[in-house]
Ligand binder design. Structure first.
Ligand code: SF4
Ligand code: SF4
Ligand code: SF4
Ligand code: FES
Length: 560
């Protein structure tokens, strides 16, 4: 259908078919109050705050498509009174005494109250007490503040793909529930936190962020999560003038994750409780003693002119890896396997366009939550096929069409032979598994590297091998790979943010900055170069690895 004309507040406007009245009004800059509507969710039409008048009939702008001959009025007395009545009813239905609410000052319902000049409760307020669900580790659900907009229900299902939230009963008895009405903390919730991000009121709160500050009191920094190789887009709310993060939201405009986050990215990044390494410590006959940066540089200068080898892991940013390469040349090795017999040939976004999914040896809910969301919303929401290959307990088992052991990979493959486009999602593959998978023309591949910047390691051709030298330098967050290495008769230097038992074998230990304390870039599993911003000052006595590497590389140049 071609474009056609409609009237808006008496003016003729040309519109495209398929748009809603709300979209057209927004494009024209005409403000329409909304509550249940949320840009990234399907329209719902339940609150009726967005009503407009079309030839004498009130219609919800968010759900009504434009059609020829419309004559839309956005601010007639009928429209304004209807919106105000709806708002007064919402304020009377549950407990909206704003001064006792954590989100007062940044609540969409409260904002509407001010917009419509509500200065008293028009109707008796409903005094029934609704439950407060405090059973979840990260989220508090206060049904007294709920306006039944169902944004949380839609976000949990159609975007996050977890289908935990729903509703029961009708009218004023309607309740948002988890699973079959169990406490949220005992439900199938995976703590992605998207429901809290979209809730317009104080009905769903992030416990960790509560009372830390308002959005207007925060600087918003756009960056990418570095908790895994997906690299989801994040909005970091850092309290202005303070050294802490109030909350992390998923960035709806992220080309990688489109607003989705997992528990690690939203909550665990804020709850880093692992023991940090502080200071620069040199071991002598009496144990470790602290030394200065100057002494550190002298020691490094001497060691680097001797027999050396360096190990890194995928927690290092590109700039750090490049400097390690510059200093140690071809004597740099990855502590962990960093290659796959099959490279990815689809992006994360492409997952929405696949017909079926073959997930091998990975529990997506637990390890790569955002990939799990993309798969689950297609499997549960769009009834696409899911075949799991995993002998371990896997939480996607419940929604899989078939589950096979790894030794029966051929059976899993033949169960998908009639599907046109199958996304094969895997973490590790044996060569023989890769060979039989590659023989299927309908298969596309998405490799999930274990470490954040594995792709960066590969771009610099850093191999995974065990090499020995008189002096071993380690730059890594995960030191488990050193446990079984023969480190006898070596001078072991470890740069790391976290404490680990292997540090007892080290001769020199340097605490380095981590996470939001450093900046640079990394490549995610799709090979996109993503940005890591420095947001916080470290509360520990640590050195910036990039700074110290720059220093060392300068020394090396002088020596050479
Ligand atoms: S945290 Fe995520 S999974 Fe849990 S209820 Fe909210 S949206 Fe659903
Ligand atoms: S909990 Fe929040 S998002 Fe969910 S229906 Fe209630 S007000 Fe809306
Ligand atoms: S999936 Fe990975 S990148 Fe995305 S939020 Fe979770 S940990 Fe961060
Ligand atoms: S915003 Fe349109 S009905 Fe709620």
């Amino acid at each position: 259908m071609d474009k056609f004309k409609i009237k808006i507040n008496g003016n003729e406007v040309e519109v495209s078919p398929g748009k809603t009245v709300l979209q057209v009004l927004n494009e024209l800059g005409i403000h329409v109050p909304v509550l249940c509507h949320f840009e990234h969710l399907s329209p719902q039409g339940s609150c009726r705050l967005c009503v407009v008048e079309d030839r004498g009939v009130l219609k919800t702008a968010c759900t009504t498509p434009v059609e020829p001959n419309m004559d839309i009025q956005t601010d007639t007395p009928n429209v304004v009174n209807s919106r105000k009545l709806v708002l007064q009813l919402l304020f009377s239905e549950r407990n909206h005494y704003c001064m006792y609410c954590e989100v007062t000052g940044e609540c969409e319902l409260q904002d509407l109250g001010y917009e419509f000049g509500l200065d008293h409760f028009e109707f008796p307020t409903y005094e029934r007490k609704f439950p407060v669900d405090n059973s979840h580790d990260y989220i508090l659900m206060d049904h007294n503040r709920c306006v039944l907009c169902r944004r949380c229900v839609r976000a949990c299902s159609e975007v996050a793909g977890h289908y935990v939230l729903g509703e029961m009963e009708r009218g004023i008895d309607t309740m948002i529930i988890a699973d079959m009405d169990v406490p949220l903390g005992k439900s199938s919730c995976v703590s992605c936190g998207l429901c809290a991000q979209v809730c317009p009121t104080g009905a769903i709160l992030d416990k960790r962020s509560a009372y830390l500050g308002r959005e207007v009191q925060s600087d918003i920094i756009y960056a990418n999560c570095d908790q895994c190789s997906v690299g989801c887009g994040i909005e970091i709310y850092k309290k202005k003038g303070a050294n802490f993060i109030v909350k992390i939201y998923g960035d709806w405009n992220s080309d990688v994750s489109q607003g989705v986050l997992c528990k690690n990215g939203r909550y665990l990044a804020l709850y880093d409780e692992k023991e940090r390494v502080s200071g620069i410590r040199l071991r002598d006959d009496f144990g470790f003693r602290r030394i200065s940066r100057e002494i550190l540089k002298e020691i490094l200068k001497n060691k680097l002119s001797d027999d050396v080898v360096a190990y890194v892991d995928g927690s290092l940013l590109n700039e750090e890896l490049e400097l390690v390469k510059e200093i140690f040349k071809d004597k740099v090795y990855s502590l962990y396997p960093n290659n796959s017999p099959i490279e990815s040939n689809i992006s994360i976004k492409d997952l929405d366009n696949m017909d079926a999914y073959l997930v091998i040896g990975v529990d997506l809910n637990k390890e790569f939550g955002t990939i799990g969301s993309f798969v689950k919303r297609n499997v549960i929401g769009n009834k696409k096929k899911l075949v799991l290959v995993d002998e371990k307990e896997n939480s996607l088992n419940k929604i899989a069409d078939h589950t096979y052991n790894r030794k029966d990979l051929d059976l899993a493959i033949s169960s998908l032979k009639n599907e046109n486009n199958v996304a094969v999602i895997f973490k590790d593959l044996k060569d023989e598994e890769a060979k039989i998978l590659k023989a299927n023309d309908n298969f596309k591949f998405l490799w999930l590297p274990k470490e954040t910047n594995t792709v960066g390691l590969n771009k610099l051709n850093i191999p995974h091998e065990e090499k020995h030298a008189k002096n071993v330098f380690v730059f890594a967050k995960n030191l488990d790979g050193l446990n079984n290495m023969n480190l006898n008769n070596t001078f072991l230097v470890i740069f790391t943010p976290y404490n680990h038992e292997v540090l007892n074998k080290a001769n020199l230990v340097v605490g380095i900055s981590n996470g939001f304390e450093k900046e640079g870039t990394f490549y995610n599993l799709e090979g996109k170069k993503l940005v890591r911003q420095k947001v916080l000052r470290s509360n520990y006595d640590v050195v910036d690895l990039r700074e110290i590497l720059l220093d060392i590389s300068g020394k090396v140049e002088k020596i050479m």
